[in-house]
Design a protein around this ligand. Sequence first.
Ligand SMILES: [Ca+2]
Length: 464
Amino acid sequence: MRQLSRRTFLSAAAGTACSFGVLRHGRSASRPNVLFIAIDDLNHWIGSLGRHPQAKTPHLDALAARGVNFTNAYCAAPVCNASRAALMSGLRPHQTGVYENNNDWRTVVPVEQPLTAAFRRAGYSVRGTGKIYHESYARRPEWDEYLGPGDLPNDARNKAQGGIGGIRFAPLDCRDEDLRDYAFADWTIQRLGQPQRQPFFLACGFQIPHMTWAVPRKWFDLFPLSGIQLPPWKADDLDDVPPAGRRMAKPDGDHAKILESGRWKEAVQAYLACIAYTDLNIGRLIAALDASPHRDNTLVCLWSDHGWHLGEKSHWRKFALWEEATRSPHLWVVPGVTRPGGTCAQPVDFMGIYPTLCDLCDLPTPEHVTAPSLRPLLERPLRPWDRPALTTYLYRNHAIRTAQWRYIRYANGDEELYDELTDPLEYTNLAPRPEHAATKAALAQHLPTTDAADIGGKAGAGKE
Ligand SMILES: [Ca+2]
């Protein structure tokens, strides 16, 4: 009964959008808990972002509707390791030199700098499972407890065979609960159900929809091949893209093989199936939070490490600076701060996560973290915001994304400029047109002025 009346009080308090100060009266002076959900390689194909009309993500959409859905959120780097190292350390690729999957970020980010360390210093229990950092460079002492992918036996995904060249996909004949992602959710659910003496930072990182796109067959059956819609693609789209951009697109690689095979729809089906499977696990986590004693004092932050092309611009995978490779889901539900139904279309990047969490949990933001807190946007999603999003891929290639523009400047000086308001599929590169010189110059003001050298690493190390 006491529990019920507390919840009733808190719901009323949350309805007036008051701060955690009020929430604290309901429970104790404790700080909010954090449920930190990471997804691997999930692009903007979720219902609440609407980029693929056939995506089935009811649980992600319900979560988005509960708080603030950032509809123009971008990774710091379109590569797993570099994106995660930047998000977790608060340091961008051009500051650390961590650009690729073979860069061991642990050699350049001191142990006291990551987000996990900030939470531990503040007295939180810091626990996690699945893929938060790139698994090749896990640093277990950052965590009070961690269950990584390597701590569980291989599952059917590891052995799955199929697909076209490097684009690997295959339906599985196994149960949902036979996959490791299901176990990561279970591990998190178990901890959500326990009483906690300290506030907690609890991280759960799902590996699906990273390739191999392999989940139980029933998820493939949700998307019959005959009805699959291919993503938008124009055969001549790269004609106005400069050489540096065309080298990133690699149209003669995966895309040529996919076209030749006639199996493009199968690949799209497999990716949609994997997204739907991960949505199941998101739903399980949120249901467990709602049933837990921590429901009213736990904020949820969800992100995916970058986007993914499935043929747009004749490109596959991440590893590029266009919308498809850089835009990702980014959702926040913060009791007492966000209101249901918030949609924020301001461009933001994932460097905002670290300072926002510090802000919301009343932790000092470390000096090395220079991005601004997104709290003003969580409170008022429609407020003005003058910071662009910045994405970096490899040494000195950057994209600046504002509400209207995407400006790409490659290391060799090649440029692209797209008007996102009139050309959201980025078909027409405006960079060569003289009338846009002033726009380009204004956007270029946001480019980094110094770029750290790539820290190197063994060729082929840290492969996805
Ligand atoms: Ca084009």
